[in-house]
Write a protein that binds this ligand. Sequence first.
Ligand code: TXA
Ligand code: MG
Length: 352
Amino acid sequence: MKETRIVKVNPDSPDIHEIRQAASIIRNGGLVAFPTETVYGLGADGLREDTVNKIFIAKGRPQDNPLILHVSSPDDISQVATCISPVVDKLVEGFWPGPLTLVLPKKPNVPDVVSGGLPTIGVRMPDNLIALTLIAESGTLLAAPSANLSGRPSPTQASHVVDDMWGRIDLVLDGGPTRLGVESTVLDLTQDPPLILRPGSVTREELEDVVGVVNLLAEKKEERPSSGKTLPAAKYPHYILDTPLFLFEGEPQAVIKRIQEEAEKLRERSKKVGIISSLENKEQYLDYADVVEVVGSRYDMTKVAASLYSTLREVEAHKVHVLLAEGFSDRGLGFAVMNRLREAARGRVIHV
Ligand code: TXA
Ligand code: MG
């Protein structure tokens, strides 16, 4: 059991002394959780096998699920990846710093443990001053998965990191709630056209505006990736809730009616029911459930994305027996939100 320290840092003007202390922990082979614009990351020196191994152990993460290397400048890409084409340049110019991870052929100096044995490496430059200063001061690149226990919702607040990682890591830099709340989009540039392995905060439409056609792994399920193996982003679900979640998709009025009916039936069987609702529909559920949590307005997907993971953690804390969740439109950012909700539902999706 480690002694985990928590240090509050101002995200707009981080105290350089605090960041330097965090950087010295990284250089000495330790683990530091830090905020990014998407979710909190769990960072270690990404160019050392021993330190990267510690990340897998702390998270309980399967060894073949690769990590993203975080850089503080686009120039750092060439340290760890090859095939930096004009398309890569356009993406970097359009989206970095920001929530886009580029998957490129890996250089041999990156330990295989980082990429889970794959010949490719994911690289991203986060849009958060604490993260960027920490990477630069560490004098290396940071391997950083989301700072949750493997399979749990990603942390969007320092308290989530503490709940999952207390005693397992050295330091948490608390920079307040993260801005976006859904992880980066993972884009494989070793495929032509580029392939979205994980939908995220940068939408397919935004990518296509910059580089033309982009494919989605979800739409290519029947096709096997070139390696002949299942790609890691598709193999490991983002989270498993302790409570079974049923997701209701369809015309909003029909969804409300069906959720009310299902909640009523469950409560007749003495089940404690939680409902995850849009702001607009909350009132419709108050008489039907033990807990109703609002995830945001249907007309503001940015807010829904930002509060999705904290809402899931909050509703779970009520220890209900079953969760019923409203679906959202999967256009734009809604696609990443629905991807996470569908994963949480693990097949329990009801089309009404
Ligand atoms: O927003 C984010 O991306 C956050 C913050 C901390 O940067 N990080 C994050 O990391 O979500 P993680 O490890 O929780 O998720 C990384 C995803 C996984 O689904 C992994 O399988 C995929 O990216 N991935 C990473 N490198 C890959 C590679 N070389 N090939 C295919 N998939 C890769
Ligand atoms: Mg993760």
